[in-house]
Design a protein around this ligand. Structure first.
Ligand SMILES: N[C@@H](CCC(=O)N[C@@H](CS)C(=O)NCC(=O)O)C(=O)O
Length: 253
């Protein structure tokens, strides 16, 4: 019966949803993926018995609902302890847990704000979202119909001009941190862990953004992102060119 299968609810392009999908594959857990209509996902989640309005949202085999990528990682770890999402050694485990939390709290909101800023700002971006990312029928019209809700979701994510400019200014420093975690072996090891599944999908989404990909493409972070999330649609450029920091090669090494 369907009640016995894990169900994962997501919306198109959601990077934490991709992270959870990676965890489910890693743990070899069978699941059914249900894609909700982006924009209408909150009432759908409530109707499905979830309290919050965000994806990833998961209904476990026993009917329990878990929401949020950190809580889902914990739930999956309890459900299927092996292979573990966390290293056995205490120090390594603490480093992975810290990196996972940093990935969720600091890095994860950035691609969300950047894409929502573009969706609010440009009709072409909304039509692309309707056409490629969703996909919805009649994407040119669907893009127009998304116009009144795009500002709402930009606001929910805090995707306003000053914040997005700050995000872009900080991006090189955050990418350096990801590369540092890889160099230290906290993420990007032979066996992926919870921090890989948290951090790499955010980097993959940033790498898919045509206007900022060049900041990431030559970094170890990009290799890890592609390893964890092989395919991701190319996101058309939408950000003002003068908000984007110079690429490392132009910054004068
Ligand atoms: N940090 C949470 C946040 C999840 C989140 O914000 N997800 C977005 C999609 S990437 C969402 O559902 N947003 C719904 C909304 O803004 O209403 C997690 O890791 O699960």
């Amino acid at each position: 019966m369907s009640g016995r299968v894990i169900r994962l609810y997501g919306i198109p392009l959601s990077h934490p949803v991709l992270g959870v999908r990676g965890m489910l594959v890693f743990k070899r857990l069978a699941y059914r993926y249900v894609e909700l209509l982006a924009g209408g996902h909150a009432p759908m989640l409530w109707a499905l018995g979830f309290r919050g309005a965000t994806v990833p949202a998961m209904r476990l085999q026993d009917g329990r609902r878990v929401q949020g990528s950190l809580a889902i990682a914990q739930a999956l770890e309890h459900l299927a302890p092996s292979p573990s999402l966390y290293p056995a050694r205490l120090a390594a485990r603490a480093a992975v847990t810290d990196a996972e939390r940093w990935g969720e709290a600091v890095l994860q909101p950035i691609p969300r704000r950047l894409i929502r800023w573009g969706l609010r700002q440009h009709l072409g971006q909304r039509q692309w979202f309707a056409d490629v990312a969703s996909p919805l029928p009649a994407p040119r019209l669907a893009g127009v119909l998304l116009t009144p809700i795009a500002p709402v979701f930009a606001q929910i994510a805090g995707a306003n001009d000053p914040q997005v400019r700050r995000d872009l200014d900080r991006l090189p420093e955050l990418l350096d941190e990801v590369d540092r975690l890889i160099a230290q072996g906290v993420i990007g090891g032979d066996q992926l862990n919870a921090a890989d599944f948290q951090i790499a999908p955010s980097i993959r989404m940033l790498l898919a953004m045509t206007d900022i990909a060049r900041l990431i493409t030559d970094r170890p972070a990009a290799t890890l992102a592609r390893r964890v999330v092989a395919a991701y649609p190319v996101i058309p450029a939408a950000l003002p060119a003068d908000w984007i920091p110079a690429s490392p090669s132009c910054a004068g090494k």
